[in-house]
Write a protein of this length. Structure first.
Lengths: 210, 210, 210, 210
């Protein structure tokens, strides 16, 4: 709140104040941990007096269970990318903190997006919302990497290939989610893009190396 | 609980016992992280079998979505002000711990205040409640800064302008929320005060500097 | 789970294995932070199209709002007592970990106990449940202090009066909650015991000192 | 997400990149802390205008209260096993992070599994689901121990018996939960396996030692 005064912002732009990365990383971890745990909070309970009916009820809620598992993997993936990057980051700027909050907003929205995609009707619009949240999260993540690189916020012993690898990895995933959006207007199998595109791109990369 | 005995309080007043700041900061971060994540917990799900109806349903819940985004920015702002201050704090007194708990109470109330302001009817009263929570949170924050300054709880290398800048920033935001209260009785655009007042005050400050 | 084998327990009893206190303290903080934030999760929303009806609706839910505030103060008190003690603790035994989990169980139950006491009907039984949770939490806390003292788990520079002061403080609060139980069968003012008894005991202590 | 490219995976397989264990342990603690606290979130409130009816209502919800307490002990047990192991772990591999996420998925599912087992009807199927979650969690835990041992991720001063003891402890608990599954088709006393089997196995172990 108190940093909303433009006078300060201008001062900060010319010479960025630096903060220890630790507390921001900790705060991010806490938010992501809560978001990933809340995913399971409103899973529909299977109901029925007998085993057959219980299994039937499980089947009725199949899409909710599957979208829960997908979202768990997706948030887990976001966290692991963040973890791999911030392993090498010791200081943060105000700009990086602001980007982190946009990234966190996407994580916080995830349990909601998961419920949206798990409901029935108008599949393509639900799917687009979910995919856009991922594209935004990963685009912001790319901006975070760029800030870290530009302001030299990384440790001296950071492997030089870290940035190239991170941009490539995020780029492939952004492409996967972006391509899935038009596909969703034709088939509910649009999910498959999220797995097939990274897989094929990895294979291509390996061939080129050989 | 156990510190409710007045005998102890008197002893503490004459010669403040000091605690490492780390655990209090950590606890505060955890509480704020949970509060900010819970904001999204009860976002209304858009419903409808077709895209048109889904968009229509999104429109119906517009005020809930907007108040969620505002509250995310507001809690984020509180956290960043706290982060910028406690970067320089290494030890805390019992008094500062007590103030922190009042500040945390305001953060914990935020998801509730967000639901209150997102509902229909009696706009001015809902708005006042929300704005008062912010004014209390920032006034308590000013008291925290004052405690830190008075008891010399800050690091030796703290920039001397930190306190002046923090008081000024918090003062502007308190004014913005306080002024918005009477405005809310005339127009639902009272929200604009929260952005316009800090902006104008920042511009004025810059002119005076030049 | 894996420590349920009695063979290990026997071995542990003769020569306690020690663990760094840090991770247990961190885990406890996270649990308490979540419990204190969840208190506000299901606060009833005031409803009504006009200001008068909104205030009326607030009045109808008065007992829920008051019990939320009391519970916030109560959990805050538990945390502060824990904080003041563990400031001096560096290592923990298996026994202390087990006691901590019973203490945490009481904190985890708090949002539930708060809802129980905030509902209407059969006041004395609701009150007894709430008070018993506090008595158990503080009795377990006393056992934790005793374990720390007995196994010398505290830092070398711990002030010698720490243990006496902690026992006395916890003892007064246990008495306050215990005495309030029979009182609740006569009057809903039984809450007052929680404030009056510590206050009077503090005054008596001060007189004796003079 | 970004690590989904197979090219990277192959590189990682030949020469595992190592990460500091601290942040993963912290993240795990946060997730487990939230899961254990959420257990109590939807405990049914006892209702009734008089003490008798309140007690009656408590009795009606008995199975929910008992399954809450069991789950609290079960998650607590998982955490303590994790704590005892990671006390000696300083670095983690990508593989260990992935296993940890599967383990965390089981913890995140626990509040859901607790609600499933607390409902009425088709007891054996509800019980099987709950027991399978435990068996998976502990099997993944065994794989984690094996990774730590194989990649020498432990501290130099780790007691040599740690791995044997952890495998034995986890093995006994896996057996207890696995055996309880067929038993559940005959009697609701299948719960007893979870306590009796570890107890008997502990006694047998002690006899053999003597």
């Amino acid at each position: 709140m108190t940093d909303a005064t433009p006078g300060e912002d201008t001062a900060a732009a010319s010479e960025e104040r630096l903060f220890a990365a630790e507390r921001l990383v900790f705060f991010s971890d806490a938010v992501v941990a809560i978001a990933i745990t809340l995913l399971a909070l409103e899973l529909p309970l299977p109901e029925g007096p007998s085993g057959t009916e219980l299994l039937h009820s499980l089947g009725d809620h199949k899409s909710e269970y599957i979208s829960f598992l997908i979202s768990f993997a997706v948030i887990g993936g976001h966290w692991r990318a963040h973890h791999r990057l911030f392993e090498h980051v010791t200081r943060v700027t105000s700009g990086l903190i602001r980007l982190t909050f946009v990234w966190l907003l996407m994580q916080v929205i995830m349990p909601f997006a998961t419920k949206v995609i798990g409901e029935d009707g108008a599949f393509e619009f639900r799917f687009v919302f979910y995919a856009v949240v991922q594209v935004v999260a990963m685009t912001v993540f790319v901006l975070m990497v760029w800030q870290i690189q530009r302001h030299h916020l990384y440790r001296a012993d950071t492997p030089p290939e870290l940035f190239g690898r991170t941009y490539r990895g995020a780029g492939v995933m952004i492409a996967a989610f972006a391509v899935s959006i038009p596909v969703a207007f034709f088939t509910t199998w649009a999910y498959a893009c999220w797995i097939v595109i990274p897989l094929v791109s990895g294979l291509l990369l390996r061939f080129r190396k050989d």
